[in-house]
Design a protein around this ligand. Sequence first.
Ligand SMILES: C[S@@+](CC[C@H](N)C(=O)[O-])C[C@H]1O[C@@H](n2cnc3c(N)ncnc32)[C@H](O)[C@@H]1O
Length: 501
Amino acid sequence: MDYFPIFLKLRNQHCLVVGGGDVATRKVASLLAAGADVTLVATDLASQLAEWAMEGKIVFVPRKFVSTDLCGKRLVIAATSDSALNLQIFREAEAIGVLANVVDDPDACRFITPAIVDRSPLMIAISSGGKAPVLSRLLRQKIEILIPATYGRLAGFAGNLRARVKSRITSPGARRRFWESILEGPVSEKVFNGQDSEANALFDTSLEQQVQSQARPQGEVYLIGAGPGDPELLTLKALRLMQQSDVVLYDNLVSPQVLDLVRRDAKRISVAKKKGCHTLSQADLNRELIRLAGEGNRVCRLKGGDPFVFGRGGEELVALVEANVPFQVVPGISAANGCAAYAGIPLTHRDYADSVTFITGHRKNNGDLDIPWFSLVNNRQTLVFYMGLSSLRLICEQLQSHGLALDTPAAAVQQGTLENQRLVVSRLCDLASDVESAQLCSPTLIIVGQVVQLAETLHWFGKPARASNQTDDASGNDLPEAIPLFAHAHSFSNNHSAGEA
Ligand SMILES: C[S@@+](CC[C@H](N)C(=O)[O-])C[C@H]1O[C@@H](n2cnc3c(N)ncnc32)[C@H](O)[C@@H]1O
């Protein structure tokens, strides 16, 4: 974050604008709208500024800027066409701690002015940090359309009742929930329709009901699939529940981009399982969910991918049922779906695969892989191995020794759907070595089957297809980049007969 977003209270505060043209006019207009006392220093005046000066709305000083103009000012905006003068104003303001902004010169700004959507008292500010003001304006237009003008009235209505609600509902969580029900329920509709007395009556009834039922708020757990990483793959329901949760317990597979979408002031608890670190056992985690919900929290249990696909979601729900804790389940896009889609590998295809099987490559405590290999040896079946990276060589060997053709197309996708997705496309007999030389790391998903050959034509996301023997000198990165080995893929034929089960 390059800028700390704040809203300044400038009512009756002395502010200086230097320059008398159209840009200065816009800046003065904004300052006047915020109730500031504006002094304008300029040699020439645009007509609107002259009018404001005549009406006494601003103090006009008809001369060039001098250093003492800054004395006693909260902030200054330099909007002259003389860049040397603008810079001088910025430096002098910095020296005495006056907030300074030089129009269209981000380097000479202590603060920048965002694009705003004004639904006073509700105010939405958008900034690109001075990098792309046009983008900010385009976004503002979209938000303008999304947020009806009446939202300002709703914000004013809520503002008048805030102190009363605070004194009647003491728990911050209960208070927030009450406000959510008001701002999204029938009371807000009455406000939008201008029916203020009906809105007030309905509000009074709701507040009394809330106060009566305050004794023991009922918590709830939302078991939410966060998808494979790209935040745009979240469902609308996941986003809504994430935004209304009081506390979130998340796994290490949940991407930071997704975590960013959780309500800002929700408590975040990592329950990531890290090698060599003491982490919560599943039983402790279940107890923690029950405890938090028992305290009346809306608990978001956020899991990578889908909670019911190798996610232990079922185990956690059984514990909740036994403890009588209400819950909701929100499915997520599982790694198989996300990685396959972003790698251009359809999991089924009329020409290549009639079925798809999800398999865990996680070894048991004794180091064995407990997999029914014979059932997997079918040339028209796609195999997807989760947690298979560390057992990859064993998996490939077992599939071959049970009869799957050596040249069966096979791929590995690391951090699928994220910006840094890496893809290795190979064949069964080479995949383990190719993945090793590409130094893929967790999380990685393995896909085996004839559908993998389609990646060559359907690849659309991330780095384009490259042969493994090309190096990326320009990147300066020691790791090999995405390595689809289409040299092998080209030799694939569709009529492998080995191991049809
Ligand atoms: C414990 S499983 C969780 C699966 C998750 N519930 C799902 O539905 O995707 C973890 C494994 O999922 C796979 N995985 C999850 N996200 C991935 C991603 N973005 N890219 C590649 N593999 C991923 C990896 O094989 C990883 O070892």
